[in-house]
Design a protein around this ligand. Structure first.
Ligand code: FPP
Length: 254
């Protein structure tokens, strides 16, 4: 662990982190791949490829720090509106990257999970996702949840539909519909809510991401574009998180 965090920059190091207060679930809105590429005169798709390296570093860093769940927003229900060649490239990138990174998941005992409606994905991508799920289902060191074809409003509407079906079938009474009944029907069922949400490229919005689950989450926004996000910025985010007093609507409990 020390070696992984050697060569720290001047402003942050592992010593600044309280290793007993690592957030259990860290979530990322990976923004700015396109702008990162355009700034360098490159095609936007090369920004996404560079973004994979940042995500891999986040997985490794999360495992080293003892994070239980890492989630990341890879493709929204709105992203289908992007140019067709970019959508195709992303779908292919998800499949090829997952196959390429499977040894890392095996090595680190990371369980894969997907958030979103996978039925609408190209067969190649869906098949690889299902293969990845089956290969990693027994691992419990960390869960890596990737949001693909994900939209929070659609997710909540789906949960409402599932509840309505259960009520109609006589499996659930209307008076038993509570917060847990909804949570248990979201794609994130069984996962703790995020403690920390990181968004890159300076944007201050949620973009239809985990609206229900982020109720008490601490936010960290950095101006860095996603391909420039590295283990040091990750430590800065955790350091900022550890300096916050979380109250969950009650009194401060530090
Ligand atoms: C946001 O940047 C990024 C995306 C919509 C795609 C995220 C995908 C990756 C980081 C690749 C991950 C790969 C795997 C296998 C999970 P943007 O295109 O919105 O950038 P912009 O805001 O500058 O246009």
């Amino acid at each position: 662990m020390r070696a992984y965090f050697a060569d720290a920059p001047d402003d942050i190091s592992l010593n600044d982190i309280d290793v007993d207060k690592i957030p259990s679930h860290v979530s990322f809105i990976m923004d700015g791949n396109g702008r990162w590429a355009q700034q360098r005169g490159l095609d936007r798709t090369l920004g996404h490829k560079a973004g994979v390296d940042s995500l891999r570093e986040c997985v490794t860093t999360s495992v080293r720090l003892g994070v239980d769940v890492l989630s990341a927003y890879a493709f929204s229900t709105e992203n289908w509106r992007r140019p067709q060649h970019e959508v195709n490239m992303l779908m292919h990138l998800f499949a090829t990257t997952l196959m390429k990174e499977l040894p890392l998941f095996h090595q680190e005992k990371v369980r894969l999970k997907f958030l979103g409606d996978l039925d609408a994905l190209p067969t190649e991508t869906r098949d690889v996702f299902e293969f990845g799920l089956s290969q990693t289902k027994d691992y419990d060191r960390m869960t890596f949840a990737l949001a693909v074809n994900y939209g929070s409003r659609a997710e909540i509407a789906r949960a409402a539909r599932l509840i309505a079906e259960d009520v109609a079938a006589g499996k659930l009474r209307p008076e038993d519909v509570d917060v847990d009944a909804v949570s248990n029907r979201l794609y994130t069922a069984g996962l703790p809510d995020p403690d920390l949400l990181v968004r890159t490229s300076g944007e201050l919005r949620l973009s239809n991401y985990l609206l229900w689950q982020l109720a008490y989450t601490e936010f960290y926004v950095t101006d860095l574009f996603w391909p420039d996000f590295d283990r040091w910025e990750y430590l800065r985010a955790i350091h900022a998180f550890q300096g916050r007093g979380r109250r969950f609507g009650g009194v401060e409990n530090k």
